[in-house]
Design a binder for this molecule. Structure first.
Ligand code: SAJ
Length: 437
């Protein structure tokens, strides 16, 4: 590939990261082949449609597919640049340890090795434990003894291998894909430079080069940092509940300090990144990570705390109808994976059956675990008309804008702090639940 011509790119894995990445690269004018193991995903994309929800992604994919810049397949083909964006889940051991599973990365590497040629660049984007890019390199070296591999040859290597983690926020993926800074870690500095030249084609943010292991750790650190900080907020909320304080008021006041910025408590930490990635650090250095491990525990414990409090509220008034507001793992998205809200609502549905009503504007129907519980899905207007107890589990905008007049007489458990003006629920001298101003 000459540096002035646009490279052909193969993106391995067409999920939440791979598909938007493939589409953005195609928009920059490269011919992109997207690879996925699912025939139905491949067929959907080749029709110019998408299988995931993300702001503006449908129009972009439709456009690049119709211009012939993006196509999908289950079969790999030769390209100049290979971008691997496959899942890296963890396996839970019997002793409670969480071991990263990089088998999808290695499978992708095996596939890439079958078509790799001199001059190609292989980039791993999947969140990975430290050392994974080197393992990928070793695998390629083993499968392709005919190629000179970076870090294993004294000569100029035939191929380049680098790690460049994505750091985009669901709901803002397309914007953040182009505007966020990127860390690009090469197996060697030359590898990093080759990968840098590629990212410069479609990234407006700054691209900073480093070594592969540092880039791997950087990604894990970013999500562990957020997990630890959310854990602090969640721990404060449990302390405040114990002491009868309003945690939102305390955080609002504390954040007026110029060097304090406490995050927002919630019903726990969901999604497939922040609740997973910290374990990769713990697994790599178990003795040195009491804080990161404890933060994970605090965030998990917060979910049990919310369930216990919600159950107490529902039990206190056996006649009341209950609305659980939200199932998504965070606000304004339709992603329900590893969602604490979904877990809490389904626990309540199993326990209280048809008293439980679920409001989730981003779900066409209730998830499978609600089947046969008696719980039903209703909209926010019906919930405000018919339910006496409201349990806020997700801070969707459509809930946030409900005015006080429509909820002032409700018993509310607001796990997200969206309604600071809501009267608080307390017990009077006879232990009945009452509202206070
Ligand atoms: N949450 C709180 N309180 C807060 C912030 C978040 O309870 O103050 C909860 C959310 O409700 C949600 C979970 O944490 O359940 C995670 O949400 P998030 O918005 O913090 O992050 P994700 O999982 O959507 O995306 C993260 C991002 N990482 C960081 O912000 C450091 C994103 O930039 C990464 O690209 C993404 O993980 C990833 O793919 O790793």
């Amino acid at each position: 590939m000459k540096s002035d011509t646009k490279p052909d790119v193969c993106v391995v894995g067409l999920g939440y990261i791979g598909l938007p990445t493939a589409a953005v690269i195609a928009r920059a004018g490269c011919r992109v082949l997207g690879l996925d193991v699912s025939q139905s995903v491949v067929d959907t994309i080749n029709r110019g449609e998408i299988h995931i929800e993300e702001v503006d992604l449908d129009g972009l994919v439709q456009g690049v597919v119709s211009r012939g810049l993006l196509s999908a397949s289950t079969q790999i083909a030769p390209a100049d640049i290979f971008v691997i964006a496959v899942p890296t889940p963890f396996e839970k051991g019997e002793g409670g340890e969480h071991a990263p599973d990089i088998s999808y990365v290695l499978a992708a590497g095996r596939s890439v090795a079958t078509v790799l040629k001199a001059g190609d660049v292989v980039i791993l984007e999947s969140t990975s434990p430290v050392g994974t890019t080197e393992q990928l390199r070793d695998l390629i070296a083993e499968l392709r003894p005919d190629l000179k591999i970076p870090g294993l040859t004294r000569d100029t290597p035939d191929v380049s291998i680098a790690y460049c983690p994505e750091r985009v926020l669901p709901g803002r993926i397309l914007e953040e894909l182009t505007n966020n800074d990127r860390s690009i870690g090469g197996i060697t500095p030359r590898c990093a430079r080759k990968a840098l030249a590629f990212y410069k084609r479609f990234v407006r943010g700054e691209c900073v080069t480093t070594d592969a292991r540092s880039a791997e750790m950087t990604k894990l650190v970013e999500n562990a940092y957020r997990d630890v900080n959310i854990a602090f907020a969640n721990e404060l909320s449990m302390v405040a509940d114990r002491m009868g304080l309003d945690v939102w008021e305390v955080i609002r006041l504390a954040n007026r300090h110029p060097r304090v910025n406490i995050l927002t408590p919630g019903p726990g930490v969901g999604g497939h990144c922040i609740a997973v990635d910290p374990w990769f650090i713990v697994h790599g250095a178990p003795e040195e990570t009491p804080l990161i491990r404890t933060a994970r525990g605090v965030n998990d414990r917060k979910m049990s705390h919310v369930i216990a409090r919600a159950e107490a509220l529902v039990e206190a008034d056996p006649e009341a109808k209950v609305a659980c507001l939200g199932l998504a793992f965070k606000a304004n998205i339709d992603d329900f994976r590893e969602s604490p809200a979904r877990f809490v609502a389904s626990r309540l549905a199993r326990k209280f059956g048809s008293r439980i009503h679920v409001v989730e504007p981003y779900a066409a129907q209730l998830p499978i675990e609600f089947t046969d519980t008696g719980a039903i899905q209703i909209d926010i207007d019906d919930a405000l008309e018919t339910c006496e107890i409201l349990i806020v589990l997700v801070d969707h905008d459509v809930f946030r804008v409900v005015p006080l007049a429509e909820r002032a007489t409700k018993l509310v458990y607001d796990t997200r702090g969206i309604w600071p003006d809501q009267p608080r629920v307390v017990r009077d001298e006879e232990a009945r639940l009452v509202l206070t101003a």
